[in-house]
Write a protein that binds this ligand. Structure first.
Ligand SMILES: Cc1cc2nc3c(=O)[nH]c(=O)nc-3n(C[C@H](O)[C@H](O)[C@H](O)COP(=O)(O)O)c2cc1C
Ligand SMILES: [Fe+2]
Ligand SMILES: [Fe+2]
Length: 401
């Protein structure tokens, strides 16, 4: 049965939420499900803004047919060709063969690659600033290359001052009836999943996000309609300021996050002691995580949030314990920059994890390593505890400054 929701008089939310798939893109855990958004604008001409993932394909098609009622579908605007949106595109083209497709030039090539279809006859390539008029509405296309695919574009509705933002401003998590952000505890409950989505899906492309924010700042925006999560209404400026921080790799808070990658518990014990020493020096909101226990996407998100990061790991085969090695590879891939860090290693006969962590950190931009570097043999000793006190004092003076 159809399940749609009016965004405005002319715009219908026709996407749907999935709560069955445990991971998004076969990588990121989505314990609260995932929303795949699609919007239909009914004007003199009807225009569909993006299609949906197969996971919600049946619901989406029912919604589309209901929202169109007896009208035909005139236009589809494709923000980008990623399959979490476009896997149902072929089905829509079968149902509405006369539809015109709008997208940046690369979209036609990607349609061919993903579906084998040649859409040249019905495809209208658009450039930055081009417009589409459908009657009351004039849609202006705003290209956003590499946010986070090359062909990405957003669309601004001049009539209602809305920005269809593609994956930008999206989040993990299904919708539960309330489709508007100001109908949820967005800033307290949802923001951590917004951050996890940003850091992992878009995080690498900070410079490209900055270019999009510059274009968006010239627009008067009353609502943002992303492809995942709630329609953003209310404090749009507050939302944009988070994106501004994340895309410039600016820490959001003065907190300390401790990443512990321990095989037998020596590093864990050391990190617990360090955390206590920090607390005793007035550091608040310290977070310690076992890197092997928590999915890396949560840790990447915490790295984007925090000013100070402690990397602590044991040695494995003259290298780095693999859970930490994977996390550091991800942080490099997401371009994490501008952080102050500390490094703690452990090894029983030839410790090497510290060297490997430092080498990884050297490949990231603007990372300051705080002394002392702590090197443990199996378990922390009294001497190591003294070093941890010194390290805690140095960390406290960094985060409290
Ligand atoms: C698969 C494996 C490989 C290891 N390779 C090394 C090594 O190359 N050099 C070393 O000093 N210790 C090595 N170790 C030992 C641990 O790094 C060492 O016992 C360390 O103190 C453990 O710290 P933890 O208690 O925090 O896990 C290895 C352990 C395992 C399980
Ligand atoms: Fe995407
Ligand atoms: Fe997406």
């Amino acid at each position: 049965m159809h399940n749609t929701f009016a965004v405005t008089d002319d715009i219908m939310y026709i996407g749907a939420s999935d709560r069955r798939l445990s991971r998004f893109e076969n990588a990121y855990p989505v314990p609260y499900g995932m929303a795949y958004n699609s919007y239909l604008v009914s004007d003199e001409k009807t225009t569909l803004f993006d299609t949906c993932d197969w996971a919600v394909g049946r619901q989406f098609i029912e919604n589309l047919q209901y929202a169109l009622a007896s009208k035909k579908l005139d236009n589809i605007v494709i923000s980008h060709m990623e399959p979490d949106h476009c896997s149902t595109l072929g089905l829509v083209l079968d149902l509405y063969p006369d539809v015109k497709i709008y997208g940046t030039a690369k979209v036609a090539t990607l349609i061919k690659q993903f579906s084998g279809r040649d859409v040249e006859a019905s495809f209208i390539p658009v450039k930055d600033g081009d417009t589409l008029n459908t009657g009351k509405h004039t849609f202006k296309f705003v290209t956003a290359p590499m946010v986070h695919w090359p062909e990405v574009m957003c669309t601004y509705d001049e009539a209602e001052k809305l920005l269809f933002s593609a994956d930008a401003f999206g989040t993990f998590g299904a919708l539960s009836g309330n489709i508007f952000s100001d109908e949820t505890d967005f800033w307290t409950e949802e923001i951590s999943e917004v951050r996890r989505y940003y850091a992992n899906i878009v995080g690498k492309y900070g410079n490209n996000v900055q270019m999009l924010l510059k274009k968006a700042s010239a627009l008067d925006i009353s609502m943002i309609l992303p492809l995942h999560g709630p329609v953003l209404r209310g404090d749009i400026a507050g939302y944009i300021s988070y994106y501004d921080k994340w895309s410039t790799y600016t820490p959001e808070s003065d907190s300390v996050v401790i990443f512990s990658a321990s095989i037998y518990g020596g590093i864990d014990n050391t990190c617990e002691i360090l955390a206590s020493e920090l607390a005793q020096r007035g550091v608040k909101n310290i977070k310690m995580y076992d890197v092997s226990a928590l999915h890396y996407s949560y840790l990447v998100s915490e790295a984007f949030r925090s000013k100070f990061i402690v990397f602590a790991a044991s040695t494995q085969d003259m290298g780095l314990f693999s859970s930490m090695e994977f996390l550091m590879t991800e942080l490099k891939a997401k371009n994490l920059s501008n952080r102050t860090v500390a490094v703690i290693e452990n090894g029983s006969w030839a410790p090497a994890s510290g060297k490997h962590m430092k080498e990884s950190l050297e490949q990231m931009k603007n990372i300051t390593v705080t002394e002392p570097f702590v090197s443990i043999r199996s378990t922390p000793t009294e001497e190591i505890c003294e070093q941890l006190k010194e390290l805690a004092a140095n960390i406290a003076s960094t985060v409290n400054s």
